[in-house]
Design a protein around this ligand. Structure first.
Ligand SMILES: Cc1cc2nc3c(=O)[nH]c(=O)nc-3n(C[C@H](O)[C@H](O)[C@H](O)COP(=O)(O)O)c2cc1C
Length: 362
């Protein structure tokens, strides 16, 4: 059985350990969505992770609806990320960019026009805007023309990620955003070749992955899902059938790794209508599986022992513990995170969590 400190290869990327930093939106990029020195400092502090998955990063203005989140469509954004990737590499780390289109969850106030989704629907709850929370706006159903354009936007963002020096990309297929809005039947009511049967609902994801793979090579591509979570109004009537088909498709496309946000109990992720699907996917998909959500290392070791996963990704623990890998290695106590500063902007609660030696000295 492998352990947390055994190396792992995810396609073209060699990880020195199996403790991955989960993607974490932190809202520090400013309105122009350009990564900055503060963000570089934050990622450098966490460079000992086996792999850093960046915070979700907009592929286009249309797809980005989170205040102060970064993007990857402009030259300024590429230059900003260049500094982040360079600094992480200089400190011995690896980093992939999580590529994001939020679909119906983008409020028009963020500058992207009327939101686009698989179907003309309104998401439940409220959108984040610079003036606070507002009700979501009804999305329009993507035309074939929109789909072609959005697929091209994903490819451009992937190309930009490689230009910026990222080691690869992770496509955000989880948490009720655009790809999830096509995949799962609660949000996809289309009657054309992008809706209805499972095969049709897989089409958009497939086109995105093919376009990105053609652009940067599939050995640098991963994808994230949240198969058993009801999140932002998105769920599926038959997750085992859907994600079994997803696993088969990823196998055909030779996507080398996936990350699954699969909580076992209602938690941070929202409610959990079904059991995890990773054991079923494991039989169909021969790539690497990174499991996520509410895990500690004992839970990760159990999943490794049961053969359900190759690596674990940790989110909130990495927010509060930049040197999490070392703390796990030596069995040190952990800092508590402060949720009020998750998205608050600025350095507080971002780059000021103590490292082990500082904590000892304090
Ligand atoms: C502040 C915060 C920001 C998050 N941002 C993202 C994100 O950008 N992309 C994503 O796929 N998941 C995001 N998530 C979900 C986490 O990646 C992870 O799935 C979740 O925190 C559960 O893992 P944990 O129990 O290890 O924290 C976010 C979670 C938190 C708490």
């Amino acid at each position: 059985m492998h352990g947390l400190f055994d190396p792992l290869r995810l396609g073209a990327i060699e990880l020195p350990n199996r403790i991955v930093m989960a993607p974490l939106t932190r809202g520090r990029a400013g309105r122009e969505a350009v990564p900055n020195a503060l963000m570089a400092a934050y990622y450098v502090q966490r460079a000992s992770a086996g792999l850093i998955i960046s915070e979700a990063t907009g592929i286009s203005r249309e797809g980005l609806g989170w205040p102060n989140a970064p993007g990857l469509w402009s030259d300024e954004q590429v230059a900003g990320w260049q500094r982040v990737a360079q600094d992480v590499h200089r400190h011995g780390g690896r980093i992939v960019a999580q590529l994001w289109h939020m679909g119906r969850l983008v409020h028009p106030d963020l500058g992207g026009g009327r939101p686009v989704s698989s179907s003309a629907m309104t998401a439940p709850d409220h959108a984040h805007t610079y003036e606070g929370n507002k009700p979501y706006v009804r999305a329009r159903a993507a035309t074939r023309e929109d789909i072609r354009r959005i697929v091209a936007d994903y490819a451009r963002a992937a190309r930009n990620a490689i230009s910026a020096g990222f080691d690869g990309v992770q496509v955000h297929g989880a948490n009720g955003y655009l790809i999830d809005q096509f995949l799962r039947d609660a949000a996809n009511h289309r009657r054309d070749e992008y809706g209805g049967s499972i095969d049709n609902r897989l089409r958009f994801m497939t086109e995105v992955l093919e376009a990105i793979g053609a652009e940067i090579g599939m050995d640098r591509v991963g994808i994230r899902f949240s198969p058993n979570v009801l999140v932002q109004g998105v769920e599926d009537g038959d997750p085992i059938a859907l994600f079994g088909a997803v696993a088969k498709r990823l196998e055909e496309l030779r996507v080398p790794w996936i990350e699954l946000r699969e909580p076992r109990l209602p938690t941070s992720a929202g409610s959990v209508p079904t059991d995890p699907v990773s054991p079923a996917m494991r039989h169909i998909y021969s790539g690497r599986i990174v499991i996520n959500s509410d895990r500690d290392w004992a839970g990760a070791r159990r999943a490794f022992a049961e053969g359900d996963a190759d690596a674990v990704s940790l989110g909130r623990l990495f927010i509060a513990n930049p040197d999490l890998v070392r703390r796990i290695a030596v069995g040190a106590p952990l800092n508590e995170g402060d949720p009020t500063t998750y998205y608050s902007g600025g350095a507080a609660g971002y780059i000021d969590y103590p490292m082990l030696d500082e904590a000892r000295a304090a």
